[in-house]
Design a protein around this ligand. Structure first.
Ligand code: AMP
Ligand code: GLY
Length: 424
């Protein structure tokens, strides 16, 4: 089979690295890919949101199956467009991708189906939003309704700050994504991510993970796309997973089917584990990045049949074999990220890092030119390692970081601290 993966991040490198092992694949393509993906797939220079170009490529290269990595093409309807051409793909149709594409839609669905989440209001004008704020406790969470590359969430500590945030969003802080806002109760607890596959009806739980969103050690500084992750997340005990399945995941999959927009793909629940049990923070309709890197490092089965069964309504035929180990990814980013950063700096030591036992370097914002690798993005590498414990995986991942020669890059030095503190 000919397979096309859409995307250019560490997530897509991990997916391509896993898929490459499948005996079912003749040619693996990635659009647009990156400097590391080139090692395992044929990269084609097509942007993830250029739907006409993707469709044309799929027809000319006789692509049998498309795996969509990021949310933007899903929300734009890439899966629907491929389906119209008779090409199957992994990921939800636009009507179901709205679970991530509109926070208001997700919140209304939770309300209608009694799915535990923060109490909220939806607003289209600053006056209405400010009137609602008057009766609320601080801190409070203010979110742009639409896609804002993970940056559309602001936690306001005071009423004045909350009102100023409302004005900022309605005057264009997040562009069109902020044409509508959601204001939510601030929940306290430990965060965890939970990933399942759904074929529209059946659900296959994958794994748990914890992300590190803040840029600095000790979870300080501005939020990023994710500076590191590990799997499994100890906070997600068997009991917590069962509660999450019963109260959150199963009712969501049933509700989407009920509404005529069945969810097919990977459903990524961002959870707050509160004193009352798991509550939904948000849904994403794709794998997390860097969480996908730790998941792929632990998966022992062929990934392709699972992704295809998700797309064809045959998930009950699939059972996945996972390593009992832990995996941990340390993200290396360009100095300055998530603010402005320098591009086209040279990265060395990649082979040395990859040669370390149980270490694999996934690329995100890189290109390869004349046999050298250059950093071109904010998040640049995901140094991923496995070990018997999170602590061991952490040690190995940081030995990988040490091998990398990239003076213009940085990473957090405490990825995994929550899991390690819990055990020690
Ligand atoms: P999101 O992009 O919705 O995942 O939000 C980004 C981060 O904001 C989350 O990972 C949480 O740390 C925080 N957050 C979002 N919503 C809430 C909430 N209702 N209560 C507390 N923290 C929240
Ligand atoms: N790591 C967070 C995300 O992928 O949304």
């Amino acid at each position: 089979m000919n397979i096309l993966v859409i995307g250019s991040g560490g997530r897509e490198h991990a997916l391509c690295w896993s898929l490459k092992k499948s005996p079912l694949i003749d040619t693996l393509y990635c659009a647009p890919g990156n400097g590391g993906i080139e090692d395992v797939a044929t990269c084609v220079p097509i942007k993830v949101d250029d739907i006409p170009a993707i469709l044309e490529f799929c027809q000319s290269e006789k692509i049998d199956f498309v795996v969509v990595g990021p949310e933007v093409p899903l929300v734009l309807g890439l899966v629907d467009a491929l389906e119209n051409l008779g090409i199957k793909s992994f990921g939800p149709r636009a009507g179901a991708a709205v679970l991530e594409g509109s926070k208001g839609f997700m919140k209304d669905l939770c309300r209608d189906y009694n799915i535990p989440t923060a109490t909220y209001g939806r607003f289209r004008t600053a006056d209405e939003a400010k009137a609602y704020l008057m009766g609320q406790q601080m801190p409070i969470v203010i979110k742009a309704d639409g896609l804002a590359a993970g940056k559309g969430v602001i936690i306001a500590e005071t009423l004045d700050q909350a009102k100023a945030t409302v004005d900022d969003i309605f005057t264009g802080l997040f562009g069109d994504a902020g044409a509508e806002i959601v204001i939510e109760e601030f929940m306290t607890g430990e965060e965890a991510s939970f990933f399942v596959l759904s074929d529209g009806e059946n659900i296959l739980p994958l794994a748990t993970a914890q992300d590190h969103k803040a840029v600095g050690d000790g979870d300080t500084g501005p939020n990023t796309g994710g500076m590191g992750a590990y799997s499994p997340a100890p906070v997600m005990t068997t009991e917590m997973i069962a509660l999450t399945m019963d109260r959150i995941i199963a009712p969501t999959v049933a509700a989407m089917k009920d509404r005529g927009v069945p969810f097919t793909g990977v459903l990524y629940a961002g959870l707050m584990i509160t004193a009352e049990g798991p509550k939904l923070i948000e849904y994403n309709v794709r794998f997390g990045d860097p969480e996908c890197q730790v998941l792929c490092a632990l998966l022992k089965s062929d990934l392709l049949p699972a992704l295809m069964a998700t797309a064809t309504g045959t998930l009950p035929d699939i059972s996945l074999d996972w390593s009992p180990d832990s995996a941990l990814t340390v993200v290396m980013a360009a100095d300055g990220y998530p603010g402005p950063y320098e591009k086209n700096t040279v990265i060395g030591g990649l082979d040395q890092a990859n040669e370390l036992e149980d270490v694999i370097v996934f690329h995100a914002g890189t290109i390869r030119k004349d046999n050298r690798v250059f950093a071109t993005g904010g998040r640049v590498l995901g140094i991923t390692a496995t070990g018997k414990t999170v602590k061991q995986a952490q040690e190995k991942a940081y030995s990988g970081v040490k091998a990398i020669e990239w003076p213009q890059g940085f990473c957090r030095s405490d990825i995994g601290w929550r899991a390690i503190d819990r055990i020690v």
